[in-house]
Every structure is written in structure tokens, then in C-alpha cells.
Design a protein. Structure first.
Length: 238
């Protein structure tokens, strides 16, 4: 009986040990539930709204974003520069007479137009528009324009060039008139004889940070025909 009791106790102890091992094995091998994590979405780039976000008033768009800078150029910060008053998107807001014809632009010239010649003249008048920094003295340009002519009576430029204010304008404006024989080297074409009886009428429009130059050059009678309309359009620049 004593042996049987001992055997029974040993059997019970062994059974409990097996049961404990089995439970521990179940604990170590049972699969653990892993919560599902959504894939991380890339952060929006600068100035870019998340997908599906409504547009924000005043936000930058492809049309208003700054153009790409050259490689290595430092980033430009701050607000975009303000538009120059009186300037259109691609240059000066100049309303030319309907009869004038647009011509291909040339180096350093924003616009080139032709004003039809009058009867008896062999050439149309040419009207060009260009711009330079506002700190260039007008007299320096006048001397250069005089150099394109054999001036009437051999006068010096200071006497031959007529300079006056253009009134009724939004910006300070000057009118310069020069007459004589236009040298062939001044024309956009092959070299030839000077063109006698020609005139040049230039309007300098000085805006903040920039000066615009409207120049009409052609036979004297044709320039005289269009001069009033030309100066009226120049004085209307806002």
C-alpha cells in the first residue's frame, strides 16, 4: 500500500509536469496577432496640398511659381517682384494705330512696327520700342542718335536736336526730334547711300527703375503724317 501510494504520488507529479510543459509550449508557439498598420504616405512637397485637398486662395500654382534656377543658384525667398506700372505682361502697354504693321523683333528691341508711307515717299516709317536702365542720361542717348545722321547744315547735336517735355503723361516723358540724312550704317539692311530728308522722333518714358524708348524713323513727310497719333499713344501710357 505504501509503494502504491508513492507510485500514485509520483504519477500525479509527472502528469502535472507534462501538463505544465505543454501549456508553456502553447504559450511560446501560439501566433501573436499583429495590428495592421497603413502604409506611410509621403509628405507633401513644399507648397503642395495633400491629395483631395481643395485649392487654397492665393496658393502658388504652376503659373505663379518661380522659374527654375540654374544649378547651384541659391534659393530666392520673399514675395515676387511687383509689376512695373504701365507695363504689360511682355513689355510696355502701347496702343499703336490700327494701320501700323507689326514686324519681327530684333536684338534689344521689344517691338518693331511700320507706319505706312505717304504718297511720294519710298519707305515706310519704322517704329521701335526698347528699354534701358533709368539712370542713363538722356543727353548720352541724344548724342548717339545724332551720330546716326548727317545733321542738317552741319550743326552740332546740341543745336540740331530739339528736346521738349511730353505733357499729359503718367510718367515723366521727353520728346527728341532730329532731322538730316540718315546714314546707311544706321539702317537694318545692306550698306548704301545716306537717306536724305529723314527724321527721327524719340519719346523717352521714365518709369521706376526703367526707361522706355519709342523711336519713329523715316522720311520726313511720312513721319509728319503719323507724328500726332504716335505722340498721342505715347502720352496715353499708364
Amino acid at each position: 500500500m505504501k509503494k502504491f501510494g508513492m507510485f500514485s504520488a509520483m504519477s500525479a507529479t509527472l502528469a502535472m509536469s507534462v501538463l505544465a510543459v505543454g501549456c508553456k509550449r502553447d504559450e511560446t508557439t501560439a501566433p501573436v496577432a499583429v495590428p495592421t498598420v497603413a502604409a506611410e504616405q509621403p509628405a507633401p512637397a513644399a507648397n503642395e496640398l495633400p491629395p483631395g485637398h481643395p485649392p487654397m486662395p492665393g496658393a502658388a500654382t504652376e503659373a505663379t511659381a518661380q522659374p527654375a534656377m540654374p544649378a547651384g543658384h541659391p534659393a530666392i525667398t520673399g514675395a515676387a517682384p511687383a509689376a512695373i506700372p504701365g507695363a504689360a505682361a511682355d513689355g510696355l502697354a502701347f496702343e499703336a494705330p490700327a494701320e501700323w504693321q507689326a514686324k519681327p523683333a530684333r536684338a534689344m528691341l521689344w517691338k518693331v512696327m511700320s507706319a505706312p508711307k505717304v504718297e511720294g515717299d519710298t519707305d515706310d516709317a519704322e517704329v521701335t520700342i526698347s528699354s534701358l536702365a533709368a539712370n542713363i542720361p538722356l543727353n548720352a542717348n541724344v548724342e548717339r542718335w545724332c551720330g546716326q545722321f548727317d545733321l542738317e547744315g552741319g550743326k552740332p547735336c546740341s543745336e540740331a536736336a530739339k528736346i521738349r517735355d511730353l505733357t499729359g503723361t503718367a510718367f515723366p516723358s521727353k520728346v527728341v526730334e532730329i532731322a538730316g540724312a540718315l546714314k546707311s550704317a544706321s539702317m537694318n539692311g545692306p550698306a548704301g547711300a545716306a537717306k536724305t530728308g529723314w527724321r527721327m522722333v524719340v519719346v523717352e518714358v521714365t518709369m521706376p527703375g526703367k526707361a522706355w524708348y519709342l523711336k519713329m524713323t523715316g522720311p520726313a513727310k511720312t513721319v509728319a503724317k503719323w507724328q500726332d497719333a504716335y505722340l498721342k499713344a505715347a502720352s496715353a501710357i499708364k
